[in-house]
Design a protein around this ligand. Sequence first.
Ligand SMILES: [Zn+2]
Length: 183
Amino acid sequence: MNITALTSTAVGAIFALVGTIIAYFVTDRGGRRRQSLTDQRQSYLDFARAVEAAFGALRRMCEPDRHVDNPRLTAHEAVSESHVYVKRQPLLLLNSGAINRHAADVLRCLSDLKRAAGGGAKLDTVAYHRAFHPFAEARRHLRRAARLELGAPETRKEAAEDVQGDRVAECPVCRAETDKPTV
Ligand SMILES: [Zn+2]
């Protein structure tokens, strides 16, 4: 093989290699993006499930007919056994500041709800509702942010249209309290 043929073979090999490398990185970047969205969604879903588990356990202990020996301890266990703070870590690492700000609000409100339940508040009391409504509102904001950022195009559209109003105004317990005559 003469030097010209050798050179063109080498140049051809280099072009082929460069092409393979570019193809690898282009595909890999797309793959990484898809993987990242999948991980973001999963971390949100894990966190949201933990929030629901904590809320469900707190709500159960606040049922009017349920006797709870040690409300403070039961409320503490309701939250800690949901592992909501553990599930928050991947959320912090993978998701946006907006989603995490709403998640922080949810946790703050969940903590208020834990305090109310731990203090013996029952579902039909104003003490429970004062903590429940802000929690429900914070959870709604988090869901909306997640649907906008992580949802499929149709759920993003629904989230953008979702402008539900204040639920306190529709709540019989809170309305009865507001309508009470002041003495
Ligand atoms: Zn209410």
